[in-house]
Design a protein around this ligand. Structure first.
Ligand SMILES: Cc1cc2nc3c(=O)[nH]c(=O)nc-3n(C[C@H](O)[C@H](O)[C@H](O)COP(=O)(O)O)c2cc1C
Length: 190
């Protein structure tokens, strides 16, 4: 698969078939994640692979709570119709956990280091592209309280669950949300 095509054609998938994804495939996709760049090559990511119904249900319940909270605090009407059922239907949920200690010189800044989060984001994008290249759908999901997810997944307090990636066979194609013209986003300084 051509890389440029893959980057354009990858879509956020919010409807999955129940077909399982085998562990070798999951490992292949996660290995692609580990080839992402990171500050000082600190590789600040860890992955937890959830396939069990009970934990998925607990994650779903948390996302539902957050969705309701989000609607209240934002007043955004669309959140009333936004469903997180994909957290139950996706055969796999991958938690991407970052280690704030594994960051670069930015750790000495007053606001603290964020390089580890950037590196995890790069790994997440690699995971999305690798899954897409293998014909699988993914969703980068962040509508959760980090402390609640820590408790559900028994993640130690010093590490941070940054994203949940739903993974599985797409139940249907997803339309491409439009992009702004690149020229409107670029300024050349010559
Ligand atoms: C940091 C980040 C957080 C996101 N969180 C969510 C989320 O919580 N729920 C969701 O449905 N999509 C989430 N998305 C997916 C975006 O909605 C999606 O990427 C965007 O609408 C563009 O669509 P596309 O991925 O199909 O190109 C997130 C994406 C990013 C990069």
């Amino acid at each position: 698969m051509d890389l440029f095509e893959a980057m354009k054609e990858r879509r956020s998938c919010r409807a999955f078939l129940s077909d399982p994804v085998d562990e070798d495939t999951i490992l292949k996709i996660l290995e692609a994640g580990t080839w992402a760049p990171s500050p000082l090559n600190a590789q600040p990511w860890e992955f937890m692979v959830v396939t069990g119904g009970a934990v998925k249900k607990a994650i779903f319940n948390e996302a539902e709570e957050r969705r309701k909270w989000g609607q209240e605090v934002s007043g955004w009407k669309w959140l009333g119709g936004y469903r997180v059922d994909f957290l139950k239907s996706a055969p796999v949920i991958i938690a991407v956990i970052g280690d704030p200690k594994k960051t670069g010189l930015d750790s000495f800044l007053e606001e603290g280091g964020v390089g580890y989060q950037h590196a995890c984001a790069a790994a997440i994008q690699n995971i999305h592209l690798a899954a897409h290249a293998l014909g699988l759908g993914t969703l980068w999901f962040t509508l959760f309280d980090r402390q609640v997810i820590r408790e559900i997944l028994e993640i130690p307090g010093e590490k941070t669950p940054l994203a949940l990636i739903c993974l599985g066979k797409p139940a249907k194609p997803s339309p491409a949300p439009p992009r702004k013209k690149v020229k409107d986003k670029v300024r050349f300084i010559r």
